[in-house]
Design a protein around this ligand. Structure first.
Ligand code: UDP
Length: 327
Protein backbone atom coordinates (compact mmCIF):
# COMPACT_ATOMS: atom_id res chain seq x y z
CA UNK A 1 0.00 0.00 0.00
CA UNK A 2 1.24 3.50 -0.84
CA UNK A 3 1.01 5.82 2.12
CA UNK A 4 1.01 9.60 2.06
CA UNK A 5 1.50 11.49 5.33
CA UNK A 6 -1.15 14.19 5.61
CA UNK A 7 -0.55 16.70 8.38
CA UNK A 8 -3.76 18.39 9.38
CA UNK A 9 -5.77 15.53 7.88
CA UNK A 10 -8.42 16.09 10.58
CA UNK A 11 -8.99 19.65 9.40
CA UNK A 12 -11.07 21.19 6.64
CA UNK A 13 -8.75 21.04 3.63
CA UNK A 14 -6.70 18.11 4.90
CA UNK A 15 -9.76 15.86 5.29
CA UNK A 16 -10.85 16.65 1.73
CA UNK A 17 -7.32 15.81 0.56
CA UNK A 18 -7.52 12.47 2.41
CA UNK A 19 -10.76 11.64 0.63
CA UNK A 20 -9.22 12.47 -2.76
CA UNK A 21 -6.04 10.49 -1.97
CA UNK A 22 -8.10 7.44 -0.99
CA UNK A 23 -10.10 7.69 -4.23
CA UNK A 24 -6.81 7.84 -6.14
CA UNK A 25 -5.57 4.61 -4.53
CA UNK A 26 -3.30 6.02 -1.79
CA UNK A 27 -3.68 5.46 1.94
CA UNK A 28 -3.62 8.83 3.69
CA UNK A 29 -2.05 8.72 7.16
CA UNK A 30 -3.31 11.71 9.12
CA UNK A 31 -0.88 13.38 11.52
CA UNK A 32 -2.81 15.87 13.63
CA UNK A 33 -2.77 17.19 17.19
CA UNK A 34 -6.57 17.69 17.06
CA UNK A 35 -6.18 21.25 18.36
CA UNK A 36 -8.51 22.55 15.64
CA UNK A 37 -9.24 19.34 13.71
CA UNK A 38 -11.85 16.65 14.30
CA UNK A 39 -11.40 12.93 14.95
CA UNK A 40 -14.73 12.44 13.12
CA UNK A 41 -13.22 13.93 9.95
CA UNK A 42 -10.55 11.20 9.76
CA UNK A 43 -12.44 8.65 7.69
CA UNK A 44 -10.12 7.62 4.89
CA UNK A 45 -7.05 6.19 6.63
CA UNK A 46 -5.37 5.92 10.04
CA UNK A 47 -4.93 8.77 12.53
CA UNK A 48 -1.61 9.36 14.25
CA UNK A 49 -2.12 11.94 16.96
CA UNK A 50 0.88 14.12 17.61
CA UNK A 51 2.36 17.57 17.45
CA UNK A 52 4.52 18.86 14.62
CA UNK A 53 7.06 20.23 17.08
CA UNK A 54 7.58 16.70 18.51
CA UNK A 55 10.45 15.29 16.45
CA UNK A 56 10.49 11.90 18.20
CA UNK A 57 6.81 11.37 17.46
CA UNK A 58 7.32 12.34 13.82
CA UNK A 59 10.27 9.94 13.50
CA UNK A 60 8.10 7.10 14.86
CA UNK A 61 5.34 7.85 12.35
CA UNK A 62 7.72 8.03 9.37
CA UNK A 63 9.33 4.72 10.46
CA UNK A 64 5.95 3.02 10.93
CA UNK A 65 4.27 4.00 7.65
CA UNK A 66 7.18 4.73 5.29
CA UNK A 67 5.16 7.34 3.40
CA UNK A 68 6.17 8.14 -0.18
CA UNK A 69 5.27 11.81 0.21
CA UNK A 70 4.05 14.44 2.65
CA UNK A 71 1.11 16.76 2.18
CA UNK A 72 1.47 19.44 4.82
CA UNK A 73 -1.76 21.24 5.72
CA UNK A 74 -1.51 21.58 9.50
CA UNK A 75 -1.29 25.27 10.39
CA UNK A 76 -2.96 28.11 12.20
CA UNK A 77 -4.66 30.20 9.52
CA UNK A 78 -6.66 33.13 10.86
CA UNK A 79 -5.59 36.66 10.00
CA UNK A 80 -7.25 38.26 13.05
CA UNK A 81 -5.64 35.79 15.46
CA UNK A 82 -2.27 36.19 13.72
CA UNK A 83 -2.36 39.96 14.34
CA UNK A 84 -3.20 39.48 18.01
CA UNK A 85 -0.96 36.48 18.77
CA UNK A 86 1.93 36.36 16.28
CA UNK A 87 4.05 34.15 18.55
CA UNK A 88 1.82 31.11 18.14
CA UNK A 89 1.97 31.54 14.36
CA UNK A 90 5.76 31.55 14.31
CA UNK A 91 5.99 28.61 16.70
CA UNK A 92 3.26 26.44 15.24
CA UNK A 93 3.61 27.23 11.55
CA UNK A 94 7.35 27.75 11.26
CA UNK A 95 8.92 25.69 14.05
CA UNK A 96 6.39 22.90 13.44
CA UNK A 97 7.03 22.88 9.69
CA UNK A 98 10.80 22.97 10.14
CA UNK A 99 10.62 19.96 12.47
CA UNK A 100 8.44 18.12 9.95
CA UNK A 101 10.75 18.97 7.04
CA UNK A 102 13.78 17.76 9.01
CA UNK A 103 12.02 14.52 9.94
CA UNK A 104 10.88 13.90 6.34
CA UNK A 105 14.38 14.54 5.02
CA UNK A 106 15.97 12.24 7.62
CA UNK A 107 13.46 9.51 6.71
CA UNK A 108 14.25 9.86 3.00
CA UNK A 109 10.70 10.98 2.24
CA UNK A 110 11.66 13.64 -0.28
CA UNK A 111 8.41 14.57 -2.09
CA UNK A 112 6.66 17.38 -0.24
CA UNK A 113 3.44 19.23 -1.05
CA UNK A 114 2.92 22.40 0.99
CA UNK A 115 -0.14 24.56 1.51
CA UNK A 116 0.91 28.17 1.36
CA UNK A 117 -1.26 31.19 0.85
CA UNK A 118 -1.92 34.29 -1.20
CA UNK A 119 -1.54 36.14 2.13
CA UNK A 120 2.20 35.88 1.45
CA UNK A 121 1.75 38.54 -1.29
CA UNK A 122 0.28 41.29 0.89
CA UNK A 123 -1.00 44.52 -0.64
CA UNK A 124 -0.22 45.28 -4.30
CA UNK A 125 -2.12 48.04 -6.09
CA UNK A 126 -3.32 47.07 -9.56
CA UNK A 127 -0.82 44.27 -9.87
CA UNK A 128 -1.75 40.87 -11.22
CA UNK A 129 -0.77 38.37 -8.53
CA UNK A 130 1.22 35.64 -10.13
CA UNK A 131 3.92 33.41 -8.71
CA UNK A 132 6.62 36.01 -9.42
CA UNK A 133 4.90 38.82 -7.50
CA UNK A 134 7.03 39.96 -4.54
CA UNK A 135 5.88 38.43 -1.26
CA UNK A 136 5.27 41.22 1.25
CA UNK A 137 2.90 39.72 3.83
CA UNK A 138 0.79 42.02 6.02
CA UNK A 139 0.38 39.62 8.92
CA UNK A 140 2.16 36.85 10.82
CA UNK A 141 0.05 34.22 9.08
CA UNK A 142 1.37 35.19 5.65
CA UNK A 143 4.86 35.78 7.01
CA UNK A 144 4.99 32.35 8.64
CA UNK A 145 3.96 30.65 5.39
CA UNK A 146 6.52 32.61 3.40
CA UNK A 147 9.20 31.49 5.86
CA UNK A 148 8.28 27.83 5.31
CA UNK A 149 8.54 28.35 1.56
CA UNK A 150 12.12 29.57 2.14
CA UNK A 151 12.91 26.55 4.32
CA UNK A 152 11.67 24.22 1.57
CA UNK A 153 13.91 25.92 -1.00
CA UNK A 154 16.95 25.59 1.28
CA UNK A 155 16.24 21.92 2.00
CA UNK A 156 15.74 21.35 -1.71
CA UNK A 157 19.16 22.79 -2.50
CA UNK A 158 20.94 21.05 0.39
CA UNK A 159 19.14 17.72 0.75
CA UNK A 160 17.24 17.06 -2.49
CA UNK A 161 13.79 17.62 -0.93
CA UNK A 162 11.48 18.29 -3.88
CA UNK A 163 8.41 20.39 -3.23
CA UNK A 164 5.26 21.71 -4.76
CA UNK A 165 4.09 24.87 -3.02
CA UNK A 166 0.46 25.85 -3.53
CA UNK A 167 -0.51 29.42 -2.69
CA UNK A 168 -4.20 29.19 -1.96
CA UNK A 169 -6.60 31.98 -2.53
CA UNK A 170 -9.86 31.68 -0.51
CA UNK A 171 -10.92 28.08 -0.08
CA UNK A 172 -14.66 27.46 0.18
CA UNK A 173 -17.37 24.83 -0.24
CA UNK A 174 -17.50 21.29 1.08
CA UNK A 175 -17.55 17.71 -0.17
CA UNK A 176 -20.64 17.57 -2.46
CA UNK A 177 -21.39 14.09 -1.06
CA UNK A 178 -21.82 15.67 2.38
CA UNK A 179 -19.43 13.25 4.08
CA UNK A 180 -17.01 15.91 5.34
CA UNK A 181 -17.07 19.69 5.38
CA UNK A 182 -15.83 22.96 6.78
CA UNK A 183 -16.24 23.01 10.54
CA UNK A 184 -14.25 25.41 12.71
CA UNK A 185 -14.89 26.29 16.33
CA UNK A 186 -14.96 29.28 16.46
CA UNK A 187 -15.80 29.97 12.82
CA UNK A 188 -14.32 33.12 11.29
CA UNK A 189 -14.43 32.51 7.52
CA UNK A 190 -16.87 34.51 5.47
CA UNK A 191 -19.03 31.85 3.83
CA UNK A 192 -19.64 29.59 6.88
CA UNK A 193 -20.18 32.67 9.08
CA UNK A 194 -22.72 33.91 6.54
CA UNK A 195 -24.56 30.56 6.60
CA UNK A 196 -24.66 30.60 10.41
CA UNK A 197 -26.10 34.12 10.31
CA UNK A 198 -28.69 33.08 7.71
CA UNK A 199 -30.11 30.32 9.89
CA UNK A 200 -29.87 32.24 13.15
CA UNK A 201 -26.98 30.29 14.73
CA UNK A 202 -25.18 33.58 15.32
CA UNK A 203 -26.04 37.26 15.33
CA UNK A 204 -25.76 39.31 12.16
CA UNK A 205 -22.55 39.00 10.18
CA UNK A 206 -20.35 42.06 10.44
CA UNK A 207 -18.76 43.28 7.20
CA UNK A 208 -15.13 44.06 8.03
CA UNK A 209 -14.76 47.45 6.41
CA UNK A 210 -16.75 49.25 3.73
CA UNK A 211 -14.24 51.95 2.81
CA UNK A 212 -11.78 49.94 0.72
CA UNK A 213 -10.81 51.13 -2.73
CA UNK A 214 -13.04 48.58 -4.50
CA UNK A 215 -16.25 49.09 -6.49
CA UNK A 216 -18.53 48.56 -3.47
CA UNK A 217 -16.01 49.40 -0.72
CA UNK A 218 -15.61 45.82 0.60
CA UNK A 219 -12.62 43.49 0.23
CA UNK A 220 -12.33 41.38 -2.90
CA UNK A 221 -11.23 37.74 -2.75
CA UNK A 222 -10.81 34.88 -5.22
CA UNK A 223 -12.77 31.85 -3.97
CA UNK A 224 -11.87 28.31 -5.01
CA UNK A 225 -13.80 25.12 -4.23
CA UNK A 226 -12.02 22.82 -1.76
CA UNK A 227 -12.54 19.83 -4.10
CA UNK A 228 -10.90 21.68 -7.00
CA UNK A 229 -8.10 22.70 -4.65
CA UNK A 230 -7.37 19.15 -3.51
CA UNK A 231 -7.49 17.95 -7.14
CA UNK A 232 -4.51 20.24 -7.72
CA UNK A 233 -2.69 18.53 -4.84
CA UNK A 234 -3.12 15.14 -6.49
CA UNK A 235 -1.72 16.62 -9.71
CA UNK A 236 1.16 18.17 -7.75
CA UNK A 237 1.92 14.82 -6.13
CA UNK A 238 1.91 13.14 -9.54
CA UNK A 239 4.24 15.84 -10.86
CA UNK A 240 6.74 15.03 -8.09
CA UNK A 241 6.36 11.27 -8.41
CA UNK A 242 7.01 11.57 -12.14
CA UNK A 243 10.31 13.28 -11.31
CA UNK A 244 9.20 16.89 -11.85
CA UNK A 245 11.12 19.83 -10.44
CA UNK A 246 10.12 21.85 -7.39
CA UNK A 247 7.44 24.34 -8.37
CA UNK A 248 5.15 26.97 -6.89
CA UNK A 249 1.58 27.47 -8.06
CA UNK A 250 -1.21 29.89 -7.24
CA UNK A 251 -4.56 28.17 -6.74
CA UNK A 252 -7.36 30.59 -7.55
CA UNK A 253 -9.85 31.02 -10.36
CA UNK A 254 -8.79 34.51 -11.36
CA UNK A 255 -12.23 35.91 -10.58
CA UNK A 256 -12.71 38.21 -7.61
CA UNK A 257 -15.85 38.75 -5.53
CA UNK A 258 -16.45 41.42 -2.92
CA UNK A 259 -17.86 40.61 0.52
CA UNK A 260 -21.16 42.18 -0.55
CA UNK A 261 -21.24 40.04 -3.71
CA UNK A 262 -20.75 36.92 -1.58
CA UNK A 263 -23.64 37.97 0.67
CA UNK A 264 -25.87 38.56 -2.36
CA UNK A 265 -25.02 35.11 -3.72
CA UNK A 266 -25.70 33.61 -0.29
CA UNK A 267 -29.18 35.12 -0.23
CA UNK A 268 -29.84 33.89 -3.75
CA UNK A 269 -28.61 30.32 -3.18
CA UNK A 270 -30.40 29.80 0.14
CA UNK A 271 -33.48 31.89 -0.68
CA UNK A 272 -33.07 33.56 2.73
CA UNK A 273 -31.95 37.01 3.82
CA UNK A 274 -28.41 37.47 5.21
CA UNK A 275 -28.60 39.47 8.45
CA UNK A 276 -25.57 41.73 8.44
CA UNK A 277 -24.14 45.01 9.71
CA UNK A 278 -21.20 47.15 8.70
CA UNK A 279 -18.11 47.38 10.88
CA UNK A 280 -14.55 48.69 10.78
CA UNK A 281 -11.72 47.14 8.81
CA UNK A 282 -10.07 44.02 10.20
CA UNK A 283 -6.37 44.65 10.77
CA UNK A 284 -4.13 42.68 8.44
CA UNK A 285 -6.64 42.41 5.55
CA UNK A 286 -5.44 43.19 2.03
CA UNK A 287 -7.87 45.10 -0.20
CA UNK A 288 -7.89 42.65 -3.05
CA UNK A 289 -6.40 39.17 -3.50
CA UNK A 290 -7.12 37.66 -6.90
CA UNK A 291 -4.88 35.23 -8.73
CA UNK A 292 -3.54 36.33 -12.08
CA UNK A 293 -1.84 33.06 -12.87
CA UNK A 294 -2.64 30.16 -15.19
CA UNK A 295 0.52 28.23 -14.33
CA UNK A 296 -1.29 25.38 -12.52
CA UNK A 297 -3.49 24.93 -15.58
CA UNK A 298 -0.62 24.96 -18.04
CA UNK A 299 1.88 22.88 -16.11
CA UNK A 300 -0.31 20.51 -14.09
CA UNK A 301 -3.44 20.43 -16.25
CA UNK A 302 -5.51 21.78 -13.35
CA UNK A 303 -9.00 22.86 -14.40
CA UNK A 304 -11.34 23.90 -11.58
CA UNK A 305 -14.88 22.69 -12.25
CA UNK A 306 -16.89 23.44 -9.07
CA UNK A 307 -15.64 26.92 -8.23
CA UNK A 308 -18.61 29.08 -9.20
CA UNK A 309 -19.79 31.10 -6.19
CA UNK A 310 -23.21 29.44 -6.40
CA UNK A 311 -21.77 25.91 -6.38
CA UNK A 312 -19.42 26.65 -3.47
CA UNK A 313 -22.13 28.24 -1.36
CA UNK A 314 -24.61 25.48 -2.35
CA UNK A 315 -22.22 22.71 -1.26
CA UNK A 316 -21.37 24.59 1.94
CA UNK A 317 -25.10 25.03 2.66
CA UNK A 318 -25.71 21.29 2.20
CA UNK A 319 -23.01 20.50 4.75
CA UNK A 320 -24.13 23.28 7.08
CA UNK A 321 -27.64 21.87 7.29
CA UNK A 322 -26.81 18.15 7.41
CA UNK A 323 -23.31 17.61 8.71
CA UNK A 324 -21.20 18.35 11.75
CA UNK A 325 -18.60 16.66 13.88
CA UNK A 326 -19.08 15.72 17.54
CA UNK A 327 -15.44 15.21 18.40
N1 UDP B 1 -15.17 38.93 6.40
C1 UDP B 1 -16.17 39.76 6.86
N2 UDP B 1 -16.94 39.34 7.90
C2 UDP B 1 -16.76 38.13 8.50
C3 UDP B 1 -15.76 37.26 8.01
C4 UDP B 1 -14.97 37.71 6.96
O1 UDP B 1 -16.36 40.87 6.34
O2 UDP B 1 -17.51 37.79 9.45
C5 UDP B 1 -14.29 39.39 5.29
C6 UDP B 1 -12.82 39.43 5.67
O3 UDP B 1 -12.47 40.61 6.34
C7 UDP B 1 -12.17 39.30 4.28
C8 UDP B 1 -13.16 38.38 3.54
O4 UDP B 1 -14.39 38.45 4.25
O5 UDP B 1 -12.17 40.56 3.63
C9 UDP B 1 -12.69 36.94 3.53
O6 UDP B 1 -12.34 36.62 4.87
P1 UDP B 1 -12.04 35.15 5.36
O7 UDP B 1 -11.78 35.24 6.86
O8 UDP B 1 -13.12 34.22 4.91
O9 UDP B 1 -10.73 34.71 4.58
P2 UDP B 1 -9.27 35.42 4.50
O10 UDP B 1 -9.35 36.34 3.30
O11 UDP B 1 -9.00 36.09 5.78
O12 UDP B 1 -8.36 34.26 4.27
Amino acid sequence: MTHVLVTGGAGYIGSHACKALKSAGFTPVTFDNLSTGWRDAVRFGPLEQGDLCDRDRLDQVFAKWQPVAVMHFAALSQVGEAMARPGIYWRNNVQGSLTLIEAATAAGCLDFVFSSTCATYGEHDNVVLDETTPQLPLNAYGASKRAVEDILRDFGAAHGLRHVIFRYFNVAGSDPEGEIGEFHRPETHLIPVMLQAIDGQRPALKINGTDYDTPDGTCVRDYVHVCDLVDAHLLGLKHLQDGGDSRVFNLGTGQGFSVREVLDAGAQVTGLPVPHSEGPRREGDATKLVSGSTRAGHELGWAPSRSSLEQMIGDAWLWHRNGQYDS
